[in-house]
Design a protein around this ligand. Structure first.
Ligand code: TRP
Length: 335
């Protein structure tokens, strides 16, 4: 079993096994992971414990967990370079969670935007929903991560993690690195197709707003063709987020996928109609997703291999986690 080289810093990230991943998830984080593996000791986790905070949504968890594992491999994560594992298989996450609970405040958790949104209009609110960001802090700090890779919607949770890390360092002397997010500016804001003023989200109730990584060719073409643009005549394919949010979003997607700057992309489409531009963009999206889909199905059909990889990963992760728990137990003076 390959061991981490300790001189590299640890980067941690996780995806919840809920629903399907979107092009936005891919462009903002997943796409970058295969390159990060060379610079960091990466840990990619399937956050199944997080996903039971919404248990109604949680049928078929095993299947969804295997899906995420297959996506990880399909996106180029190499189990010989990175640790791929399932959160619930490393019990130390929950232990750490309890410890960090005792150093986090009700006020700061009840003020989290995601908690407020998710608990809105609910008759009963389970404690997991409130506790969710601390479990995330536990994931990150358990491995003394220096970096995380997250989308915008998780920034506030990272801020809390940094606060908790500093808080414990102040009480006990330096235990934790204060983790930072590795940001990829370009892909960080992919907007909804029909309403380009809001973000593309996998939980959007209208599936026409999002491209999913497993979308079929016809659906990609249809969704892009019917995406909201504007009625400039003659058509102007230029980046102007304020007055042309739809076109700007599509240009952004094109430029990331084709590795061109926005300026270069604008030049390419100078004399295109919106429909031809959308057609070209659909091809580019399809080309990228087709490759991922091919790989996804290859791995998804090999469940035993996925289970083998995640078992191996959880043994590796447990080793690192146990060391941190030992340090914490000492600091807290447990017998
Ligand atoms: N909460 C994250 C999300 O929904 C997933 C997650 C769980 C995570 N633990 C993490 C991300 C630790 C980064 C680091 O996207």
């Amino acid at each position: 079993m390959k061991k981490f080289k300790y001189k590299k810093k640890i980067l941690f990230s996780a995806v919840q096994p809920t629903g399907l991943l979107t092009l936005a998830n891919y462009l903002s984080v997943l796409k970058h992971w295969k390159f990060m593996q060379n610079n960091y000791n990466c840990m990619f986790c399937v956050a199944d414990l997080h996903s039971i905070t919404n248990f109604n949504n949680n049928y078929n968890l095993k299947k969804k967990t295997l899906d995420i594992l297959a996506f990880y491999l399909a996106c180029g994560i190499d189990p010989n370079k990175s640790i791929i594992f399932v959160q619930s298989s490393v019990k130390e996450h929950c232990y750490m969670n309890w410890i960090l609970n005792c150093f986090s405040y009700f006020g700061e958790l009840s003020r989290m935007t995601q908690f407020k949104n998710k608990s809105k209009n609910k008759k009963v609110i389970n404690m997991g929903l409130l506790n969710y960001p601390i479990l995330m802090s536990s994931d990150i700090l358990l491995y003394n991560s220096s970096y995380v890779s997250i989308g915008n919607d998780q920034f506030q949770h990272l801020e809390l993690t940094r606060k908790i890390a500093r808080r414990l360092n102040k009480i006990f002397g330096k235990i934790f690195n204060v983790p930072k997010n590795l940001i990829f500016k370009q892909g960080s804001k992919i907007m909804s197709l029909l309403d380009p003023k809001k973000k593309m989200s996998k939980s959007d109730s209208n599936i026409k707003n999002s491209i999913f990584l497993l979308d079929k060719k016809v659906d990609i073409f249809k969704k892009i063709q019917s995406s909201t643009t504007d009625s400039d005549n003659p058509p102007k394919i230029i980046y102007d987020k304020k007055s042309k949010p739809g076109i700007s979003n599509l240009l952004n997607i094109f430029s990331i996928l084709s590795d061109k700057t926005i300026l270069e992309s604008e030049k390419i489409f100078m004399n295109y109609t919106y429909s031809d531009f959308k057609n070209k963009l659909s091809h580019v999206i399809y080309k990228e997703l087709h490759e991922i889909q091919k790989n996804f199905f290859y791995f998804r059909n090999r469940e035993n291999y996925l289970i083998y990889i995640s078992n191996k990963g959880s043994i590796q992760a447990s080793k690192i986690a146990k060391k941190m728990i030992k340090i914490i137990n000492n600091k807290l003076s447990f017998l």
